[in-house]
Design a protein around this ligand. Structure first.
Ligand SMILES: [Zn+2]
Length: 466
């Protein structure tokens, strides 16, 4: 299996650290709002990654954090705590807000058929571990205290830019543009590990005691504390969206490697943005589309999953409603084909060579999760004139172990009873003779028997009444 490692900017052969299991850490949501479909694209990518590791025979230990404290309205240290701001707006407690949006997030996972990670760890459950890590950073001379906060001392840590490859002076320019409210901060790139309850945070509700007084953790430290507590250090793969490379993941590496003196993770993988009107999707960008909005438009969430798989996870994906509707049609067509296959299954399976298909499928998915290629192989299988229905279905359900489109639940079309078919045929004749009153009477009779006739350009169809 080959994966693209952001650390080396190259495709590398995946070699697990341990023989018995693979550690996978995936940065989770900040639960102050619904996830938008751009965020969800990243979680679908991570689901495909986990399924592919399992396909390759690995026992995957996956961990995801839930950020319920300390993520400020800027990814750096400016602004307010997102959850507290939302709680004030909604007039609810911060704990309610976190709970509510965590549940909404997991609902989205279910609708998209994303496997929910076994370990789902809220930052507020790992306060002790975060404090311990900060103490280690003090011991190693990598942290310092001001009257407002505890900071990570960036210039003291070698290799700070090893993931981002962004020169520190560029980062400083970016940091200067933030509202710097602490004159005791030593270097513009230094970031907060722990906030004290003064000035803008005097009334911060979530608070814990620490060696530096009451306060709450900065955003990045939770991932360092949770990942290492659950998976050890180093672990195998760390993932997130590309927006995490320059700040969040760079800071995670500095904290964890600074404190422990070992690499944090061997491979770093990042999913590209979903683009809408040339801009990334985001709340501040004002183009926020949630999964419920998609459902309101009668689009199956799994059609959105299908849509994201048509692009490689490292390519930007352009979102338009038209493109999503096209994906929905393709997904419906696929379901129809499968439902027909299910009707045509034979008792005895023909002996055919399906190995070449399986080999091509494995090669595609093991080549840095090439899902567009896998979809192409899927359609080729569906349309093959050589494969029997049994073998087609068998292959499709194997591909779906990775694609996760829930294809095994596609139903066989209901069998329409002979008497209904006869009535429908008589009706067709009457219609052809323009005997509309009589044909309409038959339509009503069919309807009474529990079936619906619909006239289309290519003739009429019968289906069971819902
Ligand atoms: Zn993280």
């Amino acid at each position: 299996m080959v994966i693209f490692n952001t650390l080396s900017r190259e495709k590398e052969t995946f070699k697990p650290i341990r023989k018995t299991w693979v550690g996978l850490y995936t940065c989770g949501p900040t639960v102050y709002n619904y996830a938008h479909i751009g965020n969800l694209r990243t979680y679908i990518f991570e689901d495909i990654l986990e399924r592919t590791l399992v396909w390759n025979g690995y026992d995957v230990r996956r961990v995801m954090n839930i950020t319920d404290v300390g993520h400020l309205t800027s990814d750096a240290d400016a602004g307010e705590d997102k959850i507290q701001r939302e709680a004030e707006k909604e007039k609810r407690s911060v704990w309610d807000v976190a709970q509510f949006y965590t549940e909404a997030f997991l609902e989205d996972f279910k609708k998209l058929n994303i496997k929910i990670p076994k370990r789902l760890d809220p930052a507020t459950k790992f306060i002790k571990e975060q404090i311990k890590l900060i103490e280690r950073l003090f011991e190693r001379g990598l942290a310092y205290e001001t009257s407002k906060a505890i900071y990570f001392n960036v210039p003291k840590f070698k290799n700070y830019t090893k993931l981002s490859k962004q020169p520190l002076n560029e980062k400083i320019v970016a940091a200067r543009n933030e509202v710097i409210s602490d004159p005791e901060k030593r270097h513009p790139a230094d970031f907060v590990l722990w906030f004290k309850l003064i000035d803008r945070f005097k009334n911060h509700i979530m608070r814990w005691s620490s060696p530096w007084g009451m306060g709450f953790p900065g955003w990045h430290i939770e991932c360092s504390a949770i990942s290492t507590s659950r998976l050890g250090q180093p672990f195998d793969i760390h993932t997130g969206g590309v927006d995490h490379i320059n700040v969040h993941h760079t800071n995670e590496i500095a904290q964890s490697e600074g404190a422990i003196g070992k690499p944090l993770a061997r491979y770093w993988m990042h999913a590209e943005f979903l683009i809408i009107n040339e801009a990334r999707m985001g709340k501040s960008e004002g183009n926020f589309i949630t999964l419920s909005k998609i459902k309101e438009k009668d689009i199956n969430p799994l059609a959105y999953r299908y849509f994201t798989l048509t692009a490689h996870y490292r390519s930007k994906l352009n979102f338009t409603w038209e493109a999503l509707q096209a994906a929905q049609r393709a997904f419906e067509k696929l379901s129809e084909e499968i439902s027909l296959l299910k009707r045509n299954l034979k008792r005895v399976s023909a002996k055919q060579n399906t190995e070449t298909y399986l080999k091509r499928f494995t090669k595609a998915i093991n080549d840095d999760l090439n899902t567009p290629q896998v979809l192409a192989i899927l359609w080729e299988t569906v349309k093959s004139s050589k494969l029997s229905p049994n073998n087609k279905l068998k292959l499709i359900l194997i591909y779906d172990q990775i694609l996760g489109l829930n294809l095994k639940n596609v139903k066989k079309p209901p069998i329409i009873p002979q008497n209904i078919i006869k009535l429908a045929e008589q009706r067709e004749l009457l219609r052809a003779n323009k005997q509309f009153i009589q044909s309409d009477a038959l339509r009503k009779q069919i309807n009474k028997l529990g079936y619906v006739v619909k006239d289309t350009a290519t003739g009429s169809t019968i289906s069971k009444k819902l």
